[in-house]
Design a protein around this ligand. Sequence first.
Ligand SMILES: O=C(O)CCC(=O)C(=O)O
Ligand SMILES: [Fe+2]
Length: 235
Amino acid sequence: MDIKERIDNINWADISASMDNRGYALVKNVLTDVECNNLSALYTDEQLYRKTITMERYSYGLGEYKYFKYPLPGLVQQLRESFYPKLAPIANNWMQFLNKEQRFPATLNELLQHCHDHDQLRPTPLILQYQKGGYNAMHQDLYGEVFFPMQLVFMLDEPGVDYEGGEFILIEQKPRAQSRAMVLKPAKGDMLLFTTSYRPAKGSKGYHRVSMKHGVAEISAGKRRSLGVIFHDAK
Ligand SMILES: O=C(O)CCC(=O)C(=O)O
Ligand SMILES: [Fe+2]
């Protein structure tokens, strides 16, 4: 099955409910082992990237990541382009729950046009790599005033086999309340869809806004690589 068909076959009603209730959704086996290995192999092909970040230099954590250049590698482009139209309706419901007038366009090209009109021209999909002791500090991937409220991360290595530790962490901050942490351990080939910045949460008096951050706990052994797909471009 090609990637587009696999994405069409995902149970979107379940994902939509999970995004509304929890702000994230775990989707098993989106990528095959071979696709994961092919993506990992791109990591050392320097001409594919516009920028390499050494995370400790900026206190972002300990590890390294690289932002792809345009044109993106075929599979990365397909993932970004094919997931976006499934997510735009969920994002638009969120805007409605939060009484915001903003609506997201139906296609990735239109979203990117909107980014480009706001001087956000640089691609944001990236590959991250952490070794023993590595981690990713809690953060949000915002790169300008235009942002899409959800993003994807694909696990390219197998926990318990290729690395230990390295759990994916989400922290939800409700207004005037304490924070809640969610700890996830997706397998190789699994995808996590999660909230980039904030989402509506249902309370006793209708919807309110909760803010979310994500990060990665310390890798205690081995090497952990992941592919991040962010939909908006960067300034
Ligand atoms: O490595 C991870 O699982 C998280 C990467 C991340 O921060 C991202 O994809 O935005
Ligand atoms: Fe991130």
